[in-house]
Design a binder for this molecule. Structure first.
Ligand code: ZN
Length: 422
């Protein structure tokens, strides 16, 4: 959904400080209180003004038809609109014109007015003279902030037929592409030392036919048929507190004032779904849940907008013998009780391949031996490496042979004399 970039040009009542500059495209956040107040305002709150002759205000005869009234109103509204006309009485004049038009353009109100004059309209439901005649009268100089108060909720019930367009079609403007995620599973050693991977991704790619612009090749922009090139659409809106001339960014051209013939290949979006193979260099030291950002390889932007990024999320297969703990690697080595006593050399599977590890004589069960710098290169600084830690398990025979038993008993006798077993 596009942001509502609507702009109000007509305004009545309210307590907004004056002298805000023209603010085309400015968002007008509507305080909830203001919205509620506007909606809830009853016709009874209408202020009292001197009687006005609506026909002479618009410069039409009493028998003028709707078309003539509308045309007269438009001409005058353009002339006295506070945005255009900076003369001191322009605001007042504009209000009077709008007020007159509101009544004379409505058959029912006009008929009441014809019979009873302005007074006849005071009690008429839905007559929105309050904003023009009430307390807020002197504050017409900032006509820009009321718009969302009334129309932010989706524009229910105002004429001009713009309700659907305000937030809808505007969303097709040039925009940055979305980021994309790709899950990449690596072997244990690929994560340790890095690797080069070719991956196939499917995402929105720049349309080749229009080179991403969304414009049909060989065509040139035309003035927008909806707004006639102004980029704005103006409509008259009746609300509980008055009638407003309000302008909104043209929903057809997003305010650009011109439209292009859409590229047939991509429907004017500037991008098409496509699969692509890309090569990714995975640096040494990545671990599970590492995220690699590949700039510009996400979805292409709409109508030539910047591309999003591709995030490659790493997962790593387990190794049966080695367990990663950050930059360190853990494993176990199992030796016999005899080797534990006498010392031995064991082959340990490391990330560099099998490496001989000296197990000193008298190594206790559960001892951890360290193989320095046989671990994982540090991510981002490959000259630093972690260690490989080997925990020593010692096996003790559960069913020794009678010969073995005899020898152990001999040892027992020996040690009971020398005490060396302790
Ligand atoms: Zn295209």
């Amino acid at each position: 959904m596009a942001a509502r970039r609507a702009v109000a040009q007509g305004r009545a009542g309210g307590a907004r400080p004056p002298a805000m500059g023209p603010a085309l495209g400015r968002r007008a956040p509507a305080p909830r209180a203001a919205r509620a107040a506007g909606r809830g305002r009853a016709a009874g709150a209408v202020g009292v003004r001197a009687e006005a002759d609506y026909y002479s205000t618009l410069g039409v005869g009493r028998g003028a038809d709707k078309k003539a009234i509308k045309s007269a109103y438009r001409k005058l509204a353009r002339k006295f609109h506070p945005d255009v006309n900076k003369e001191a009485n322009a605001e007042q004049k504009f209000k009077e014109i709008s007020n007159a038009y509101e009544v004379l353009s409505d058959d029912q109100k006009r008929s009441i007015y014809d019979r009873y004059g302005e007074a006849g309209l005071k009690g008429s439901a839905g007559f929105g003279g309050g904003g023009f005649g009430g307390a807020g009268m002197g504050d017409f100089s900032s006509p820009f902030d009321i718009f969302e108060s009334f129309f932010g909720g989706g524009g229910g019930g105002f004429d001009g037929g713009m309700g659907g367009g305000m937030g809808g079609r505007g969303g097709r403007a040039r925009a940055k592409g979305e980021d994309e995620r790709y899950d990449l599973r690596l072997d244990f050693l690929e994560a340790v030392f890095g690797c080069e991977k070719e991956i196939s991704i499917s995402r929105m790619d720049k349309c080749a036919t229009c080179t991403g612009s969304g414009v049909k090749p060989g065509t040139s922009p035309r003035a927008c048929s909806t707004c006639g090139g102004s980029g704005q659409v103006i409509s008259t809106v009746r609300t509980p507190i008055g009638t407003f001339q309000q302008a909104a960014i043209c929903p057809n051209c997003n305010g650009a004032g011109q439209t292009n013939e859409g590229c047939a290949a991509c429907g004017g979006d500037g991008r098409v779904k496509a699969s692509k193979k890309i090569s990714i260099r995975v640096p040494p030291g990545v671990d599970k849940d590492s995220r690699l950002r590949v700039r510009g390889e996400g979805n292409a932007g709409r109508q030539g907008g910047e591309s999003g990024d591709l995030f490659v999320v790493i997962s790593v297969k387990d190794d049966p013998d080695m367990l990663r703990d950050g930059v360190n690697v853990n494993s176990t080595a199992t030796i016999s009780y005899v080797d534990a006593i006498l010392g031995t050399t064991v082959k340990v599977k490391t990330v560099d391949g099998p490496v001989d590890l000296q197990v000193p004589a008298g190594t206790q069960p559960g001892t951890t031996l360290l193989m320095a710098k046989r671990g994982v290169p540090r991510l981002g600084n490959n000259t630093l490496r972690g260690d490989h830690l080997v925990k020593v398990k010692v096996t003790i025979p559960t069913r020794p042979t009678s010969d073995e038993k005899k020898k152990v008993e001999e040892i027992k006798e020996l040690t009971s004399k020398s005490g060396s077993w302790l």
